[in-house]
Design a protein around this ligand. Structure first.
Ligand code: SPV
Ligand code: MN
Length: 630
């Protein structure tokens, strides 16, 4: 008997005739093998194959509520999902690459011998779906049927995961059908594992996320948090980076947005910010249009730098989303339509979160179960009303500010890329790079942040997070940087690169910028892309002139921008920038395998410029002393 006919008999026994027909109609033996293997391993009671039909998708949605993985809220279409107390973020420790004997992966990656890891994770998944349904979803990263698209098959026993994927990705059952056995795809196998009476994964110590790049397959078990389970999100990104490396394109942890300039002009920006550094709120700036907030694919097409959003929805941090700061998203979160809230506080079927612009109830239900103000965890630490990493899941097409080109199969041409970190001391709020290479190295590959709540572990620790993608880079880091440097060589007019920092503080620790100031920085960057305003040449990049910012603050925020504020924000702090450079250089020397020589050259030039400026002006270089760049 061939492997395929083996699969056929396994599948026939495991599912109804209708589901069997839906699967086999796709005419893809590799897909049948993947599902048959999942069935044999996890032993589900039933299999549901979700086609692109609205009936099938409605079934997924209603099962998410029927099983209790999601609970309906007062507003029509809204539900809440809770993850376990120890399952509130991506888990780096238990996320590993499976490495075959004789192969080496970058030393920066968390890894395990392939055989050993497979035995471990498959052992944890054996029989894991007993009594539950295995759901099969066929989806596309990037618009289906475009040069950018990457097909994916997800097997999961979580209706919440399957439902989230419907909001976050494009359906591709039909795309699979039209390609038949030529459809190549990534495979994701997920099980929530043992669950408690609230349908929450009950064995967090057995959580594993193991990546078998040799088969483009990822296993995830004993977890439900979307960043660990929704295959097409961060699990796929690790596989896509390898695929892009082989095929000569780039897969990036970036937002995409349309920035609206003078005379109806629209310029597309991509942006890389580590978690909780202002990425989504930048992509969602009032007056601009959003194309994506998390993952972008870049390809050279006819000499142009073109991009799509790999996703079609948002899994965004809900903390501090309020009508004043984020009107577009707040409106979606308060009106009928499909929204999954996760790990917020619920009281009388209404979701609450800190910073929503309303008083929070003193009791309700949250990720810890019944909650009241003052409740403490096992370690005696107070449990907040909503977890800091509480999120909302919505489809982008529900947003009034969605960009018209979201599903354009040819993507959009990118005019600018922005790198944003969390830096209390060194970087000014906005600056432009001297060149592509300078921007990639001195901004992108120098992104520094403090660890935040989006990753399990200690908060507030300084770390370099190159291009904000380090957690996902599945090739040597140096090779990844080199790919970025090289990519622009194929492009006639590469994007202009910028660095921003929304977190600069004064000596007393006070933030020097308001949360809305980024609306001004983005307009300034848009003008720079088109050469509409001059800039000042500083040691670390090109700076805005006071006059231009003063005009933009008045136009965009109706605010008077004082010269005093400008000087506080845009004076270059030389010692702080030098010590940052040192940390960055040390990182590249010790952590980056195969680092291109250009990294050290560009950083050395940056140091020379800073030392030169220090000789002339001292530790603080006033922008008023700088001259206009050629
Ligand atoms: C991030 O942390 O970068 C996110 C959320 O976008 S997660 O899905 O957890 O990756
Ligand atoms: Mn992300």
């Amino acid at each position: 008997m061939t492997k395929t006919s083996n699969a056929a008999s396994v599948l026939q026994q495991a599912m109804s005739a209708d589901n069997y027909r839906k699967l086999t109609e796709l005419n893809n033996p590799a897909l049948c093998d993947f599902v048959a293997d999942a069935v044999t391993l996890c032993q589900p009671a039933d299999v549901f194959v979700c086609s692109d039909s609205s009936e099938d998708v409605a079934h997924v949605r209603s099962q998410a509520a029927a099983t209790g993985e999601e609970a309906p809220l007062a507003i029509q279409g809204h539900t809440v999902h809770f993850d376990g107390m120890q399952d509130q973020g991506r888990d780096r420790e238990v996320t590993k690459y499976l490495v075959p004997k004789g192969e080496t992966l970058s030393s920066a990656l968390n890894q395990i011998d392939r055989e050993e890891g497979l035995a471990e994770v498959r052992g944890l998944m054996a029989g894991a779906m007993k009594g539950r349904t295995l759901i099969v979803r066929l989806l596309s990263l990037g618009p289906a049927g475009s040069p950018f698209s990457v097909l994916c098959a997800q097997c999961t026993d979580s209706w919440y995961v399957a439902h989230s994927e419907d909001l976050l990705y494009r359906r591709a059952y039909e795309a699979f059908r039209s390609l038949g056995d030529k459809a190549r795809f990534f495979s994701f196998l997920h099980s929530s594992g043992k669950v408690d009476q609230n349908m929450v994964s009950a064995e967090p110590d057995k959580k594993r996320i193991y990546m078998d790049h040799t088969r483009e397959t990822i296993y995830s078990v004993n977890t439900q948090y979307a960043g660990n389970t929704v295959g097409l999100k961060k699990l796929a990104l690790r596989l896509t980076i390898r695929k892009a490396d082989r095929e000569g394109w780039l897969a990036e942890h970036m937002f995409l947005m349309g920035v609206h300039g003078p005379g109806g002009r629209k310029t597309y920006f991509a942006g890389a910010f580590p978690s909780a550094c202002g990425k989504t709120s930048t992509a969602m700036l009032p007056g601009e249009t959003i194309m994506g907030d998390d993952i972008a694919y870049f390809r050279e097409i006819d000499g142009q730098f073109r991009a799509v959003n790999a996703e079609a929805g948002i899994f965004g941090i809900i903390g501090d989303v309020n009508p004043a700061g984020d009107p577009a998203i707040f409106s979606v979160l308060s009106n009928p339509g499909e929204v999954i809230f996760s790990n917020v506080l619920i009281k009388d079927k209404k979701p609450y979160w800190p910073g929503m612009g309303q008083e929070l109830p003193e009791e309700g239900v949250n990720y810890s179960g019944p909650w009241q103000k003052g409740k403490k965890d096992d370690q005696g630490k107070p449990i907040p009303p909503a977890h800091k990493n509480a999120r909302y899941t919505v489809t982008l097409s529900a947003m009034e500010n969605v960009d018209s080109e979201l599903n354009n199969p040819g993507g959009v041409e990118v005019g600018a890329i922005v790198y944003g970190g969390r830096d209390a001391h060194a970087w000014i709020p906005v600056q432009q790079s001297f060149s592509w290479e300078h921007g990639i190295i001195a901004y992108g590959a120098s992104l520094e942040t403090e660890t935040t709540f989006a990753i399990i572990g200690q908060e507030g620790v300084n770390e370099i997070n190159l291009m904000s993608i380090q957690d996902f880079v599945s090739i040597p880091l140096g090779r990844y940087v080199r790919n970025n440097i090289e990519f622009a060589k194929k492009i006639r007019k590469p994007p202009i690169l910028f660095a921003v920092n929304y977190f600069l503080r004064d000596a007393e620790g006070k933030f020097l910028n308001g949360v809305r100031d980024k609306a001004v920085w983005i307009k300034w960057m848009e003008l720079r892309v088109h050469g509409d305003v001059d800039a000042l040449r500083g040691p670390t990049g090109l700076l805005p002139r006071y006059e231009d910012l003063q005009r933009l603050f008045s136009e965009v925020l109706n605010k008077n921008y004082s010269k005093e504020d400008y000087l506080k924000q845009f004076s270059i702090r030389v010692p702080q920038n030098l010590s940052k450079l040192q940390r960055v250089e040390q990182f590249h020397r010790t952590q980056v395998d195969d680092a291109p020589a250009a990294i050290f050259e560009v950083l050395a030039q940056q140091r020379d410029r800073l030392l030169e400026a220090q000789k002339t002006y001292g530790d603080l270089v006033s922008p008023l002393d700088l001259s206009v760049a050629e």
